[in-house]
Design a protein. Structure first.
Length: 75
């Protein structure tokens, strides 16, 4: 569990096994941006991994991704 300070950006690296195509990437990005509209997102489809620079809490990201149908876990 991370202790997160509001307004501080962190790099969150998440494994998302269901990412397989550009449509998946768009859905993942939309889910992350629903939590933090200013997040910087880098998706690696082959590695099925996403790097997010965000001020959002990791659990909030995981919850949003799960709700979008893309369960994730910390890398």
């Amino acid at each position: 569990m991370s202790t997160h300070l509001p307004g501080v950006t962190d790099l969150q690296v998440l494994n998302i096994p269901k990412i397989r195509c550009g449509g998946c990437v768009a859905s993942v990005e939309k889910a992350i941006q629903s939590v933090d509209a200013s997040a910087q997102i880098n998706v690696d489809i082959e590695a099925r991994r996403v790097e997010v620079t965000t001020s959002a809490d990791r659990q909030a990201l995981l919850t949003a991704l799960d709700a979008a149908g893309y369960p994730a876990e910390a890398a």
